[in-house]
Design a protein around this ligand. Structure first.
Ligand SMILES: Cc1ncc(COP(=O)(O)O)c(C=O)c1O
Length: 400
């Protein structure tokens, strides 16, 4: 059996995290891993979650199974968070999922039952794990143009041109906010044009909402999803609680669907429950239960929103000071885009050789595509970081 298996391919981000952990230098800097970090480079349990977990430990009186689609109150709370208080919930349903990744996987399998002939379109670039996660459902993946590296903006014309090649009924994977890995988001006008095209060509959106609350705010970051839900007959959303509730290892998310009407929504949710049952039977309970407590308790909800807002504004401040330091050291405005982008990531124009030098000589860890985790930027060491980056870029330019 096992001797016949090929060597596994290493995951670039996970390998970099392992190399960082093994590095004994005390002044090393991790800009690689996609997790939020505070000013002490820690990823703490959020205050409201801690309180909810204590409450859960004191009051939970059974560990009996819940159901393949998870807790109904959790799903209702997630629907309200993503679609808003005033949404027409008669055609919206949600299933508790194993993080955003689990939601993507089970939604893709459900769609494969509904539209087996469709192709799936993923942004170029995108979160690398989109490819294996979505391919596993049997879909053929195509890439659509998304990012203009020279300006740090979305290449809207390229995106529309690529998607105009999709065939009727194809599925388009869209980042609802805080695009990973570029940080370049569509503006409201851009979204209107993308949705016009989806409507004209009867394309089906699968929205990945992994960073709600990290961009412009909790409500603002859901605006694109809400616009799509109000204009399009059908869509699905993979929401994650990993980042905005800091629940990474607990594996909490929601697989959500908007159908044409109540009856179709109920049928689709029933089938989604079947997909879940055939994969892992039931989602884990603990993190979703704690989330449910936080979202439904007014005081805990307010405290969570406050902490999330502090994380968001901290990342905005880090973007600004990093972009200022890069402007000063590079003597150019080519890094100004970093301050304008959204969420936890931006990309730097670094090649493999430059990335190796940064890691080996400066202890700075950045993933292979130049993606940096903005939350990992050093509040007190911005000039030194900009020095290292600019010297590495200048060295290679001079050598070229
Ligand atoms: C764009 C994107 N989608 C989905 C996920 C999945 O998140 P999780 O499965 O941890 O909830 C991530 C995590 O990094 C992500 O960056």
């Amino acid at each position: 059996m096992f001797e016949a298996l090929p060597e596994p391919k290493a995951d670039a981000i996970l390998s970099l995290m392992a190399a960082f952990r093994a590095d004994t230098r005390t002044d090393k800097l991790d800009l690689g891993a996609g997790i939020y970090k505070d000013s002490q480079a820690k990823t703490p349990v959020m205050r409201a979650i801690k309180t909810a977990e204590k409450k859960l430990a004191d009051t939970q009186d059974t560990k009996a199974y819940v159901s393949p689609t998870g807790s109904v109150p959790f799903c209702h709370a997630m629907i309200e968070q993503v679609f808003g208080r005033d949404a027409d919930t008669s055609r919206i349903r949600a299933a508790q999922s194993v993080g955003g990744s689990g939601a993507l996987r089970v939604l893709a399998e459900l769609m494969k039952q509904g539209r087996p002939e469709a192709n799936m379109w993923v942004s170029d670039p995108s979160w690398p794990n989109h490819v294996p996660l979505l391919k596993a459902s049997g879909y053929q993946l195509y890439r659509y143009a998304y990012y203009d590296a020279a300006s740090g903006q979305v290449n809207l014309d390229g995106m529309l041109a690529s998607l105009s090649k999709a065939k009727e009924g194809d599925i388009v994977v869209l980042h609802g906010c805080c695009h990973n890995p570029t940080g370049a988001d569509l503006t409201t006008d851009n979204w209107t044009r993308v949705i016009d095209l989806l409507e004209q060509k009867n394309l089906f959106p699968l929205v990945d909402l992994a960073y709600q609350g990290f961009g412009d705010g909790l409500e603002e970051d859901a605006a694109a999803v809400r616009m799509m839900a109000s204009r399009l007959p059908e869509m699905v959303v993979a929401a994650s609680c990993s980042k905005n509730l800091g629940l990474y290892r607990e594996r909490v998310g929601a697989a959500m669907l908007v159908a044409q009407n109540d009856a179709e929504a109920t049928r689709a949710l029933g089938l989604l429950g079947g997909v879940i049952r055939a994969n892992y039977s039931m989602p884990p309970d603990h993190g979703a239960n704690a989330t449910e407590i936080v979202l439904s308790d007014a005081a805990l909800n307010a405290d969570w929103r406050q902490e999330l807002e502090a994380m968001r504004t901290r990342m905005i401040a880090l973007r600004q000071s990093f972009s200022d330091a890069m402007r000063k050291r590079s003597n150019s405005d080519r890094f100004d885009y970093i301050a304008q982008q959204k969420g936890m990531f931006s990309r730097l124009p670094l090649n493999t050789q430059q990335l190796d030098t940064l890691r080996e000589q400066h202890g700075i860890y950045i993933v292979g595509d130049g993606r940096i985790n903005v939350a990992g930027l050093p509040e007190q060491g911005m000039d030194a970081l900009a020095d290292a980056l600019c010297s590495v870029m200048a060295d290679t330019t001079a050598a070229a």
